[in-house]
Design a protein around this ligand. Structure first.
Ligand code: HEC
Ligand code: HEC
Length: 340
């Protein structure tokens, strides 16, 4: 009975938002869903969240007209079904131009203190400008938005409702930031075991979780739950020597080959792995940690060293990592392109 009522309400809400999705939208203020696991994140004072701005950001996120050749949107490299990654080792942008980095997930960025793998970008608002204008990504022009976008009456109406001004880059970066802040993934098997205590680990998952936290493996010292990152930068001994990592931003040679610790949430859905997608499979990532990385350099983290795990221990660790998949998040229709 209760479930039926809930379902009915849900469908009602879904159909309302569908009808309204085109041009009219709801400018009431919005909050980020935290699932009782994290605190509300700090939101920039000049970009308070409202539902209409989030919907506008969603429309922009999937609009290929924002790229110079009309081929690429944010959603081309950040696809919901792959937890907002793209399955490529390194991303390809407008005119098929190849970048040199692997597209990262966009979940839970509302809690991120800075962005990009060297952490050089301080806000999500600023971050959006990088792909919009980058030569490897969308190749847009900083002077003005494409006329096809400016002439779209729907954009104009949504922009007026959400921001009380016509659509321009001021609006675009704020709306994109709001849409991205709304992308939360905190509803995995792990969360139900750890925070809500409504499910329990299998024996293999439990053993894997123990290894993850152990003083030998030390995974959880860098990949700290619940976000599974410490937002710090490390050289973990990967062979790639082309990408200087954090040194590109700090100009300190001691930062060479250091990259921001990525989250491990939805890791099952985001191959290939590492900053340049050099490793295809999760069991190969575990094998790499087991041998203590592939390159020993002065700045390499001391936590990364040979582990001598048994086959069973490797499987257990893998089983634990699979508990971080959030099937509800990656099937959330509110994060798919708006139906026109
Ligand atoms: C051509 C593929 C491509 C396109 C198009 C693209 N991105 Fe990305 N995105 C990437 C890659 C690759 C990175 C990693 C860059 C880095 O850290 O150096 C990235 C990084 C990011 C980050 C930083 C995430 C973090 O954890 O620090 C955000 C946010 C982001 N993109 C949002 C967007 C938005 C918004 C758009 C559209 C305006 C967009 N991206 C378009 C490939 C793409
Ligand atoms: C010293 C900090 C540190 C420790 C300890 C650590 N990691 Fe990492 N991890 C990182 C960094 C940094 C990266 C990204 C490296 C890169 O791309 O260059 C990473 C990447 C990963 C990736 C790939 C993520 C992706 O999206 O590409 C996985 C999976 C992973 N770590 C799992 C583990 C496991 C399992 C352990 C324990 C055995 C562990 N890590 C221990 C810092 C650490």
């Amino acid at each position: 009975m209760k479930a039926g009522l809930f379902l009915g309400l849900f469908i009602l809400m879904a159909s309302c938002s569908f009808q309204e999705s085109n041009c009219n939208c709801d400018n009431r203020s919005a909050k980020i869903r935290t699932y009782g696991i994290l605190k509300q994140p700090a939101i920039p004072a000049d970009n308070p969240m409202n539902f209409c701005a989030i919907e506008l950001g969603r429309k922009l996120f999937y609009d290929t007209r924002l790229s110079q050749d009309g081929s690429t949107s944010c959603g081309s490299c950040h696809q919901l079904s792959m937890a907002f990654t793209d399955g490529q080792s390194v991303a390809k942008g407008a005119h098929q131009k190849q970048g040199n980095r692997n597209s990262p997930t966009l979940f839970n960025l509302a809690w991120s203190p800075y962005f990009m793998m060297e952490g050089g970008v301080k806000s999500l608002e600023m971050q959006s400008l990088a792909p919009l204008l980058s030569a490897h990504e969308m190749m847009g022009s900083a002077q003005s938005l494409p006329t096809t976008i400016l002439e779209d009456p729907c954009y104009d109406q949504m922009s007026q409702t959400a921001f009380h001004r016509p659509l321009d880059y001021f609006v675009v970066v704020r709306a994109l930031a709001q849409f991205q802040r709304s992308l939360v993934s905190l509803d995995s098997h792990f969360d139900r075991v750890m925070y809500h205590k409504t499910e329990s680990f299998t024996p293999a998952e439990q053993r894997g979780w123990k290894i993850f936290n152990s003083s030998t493996a030390k995974c959880s010292t860098c990949h700290i739950p619940p976000l599974f990152t410490d937002f710090q930068f490390y050289d973990i001994g990967l062979k790639d020597t082309l990408d200087l990592g954090k040194e590109r931003e700090s100009y300190h040679s001691s930062d060479r080959f250091k990259f921001k610790t990525p989250t491990l949430r939805n890791i099952e859905l985001t191959p290939p792995y590492f900053h340049n997608g050099m490793v295809d499979r999760l069991d190969s990532v575990i094998a790499l940690y087991n041998r203590g990385g592939d390159a020993n350099r002065a700045q390499k983290s001391h936590s990364i060293r040979p582990m001598n795990w048994t086959e069973e221990e490797k499987k257990d660790l893998l089983a634990f990592l699979m508990t971080l998949t959030d099937w509800n998040a990656v099937q959330n229709e509110r994060w798919l392109p708006l139906s026109e």
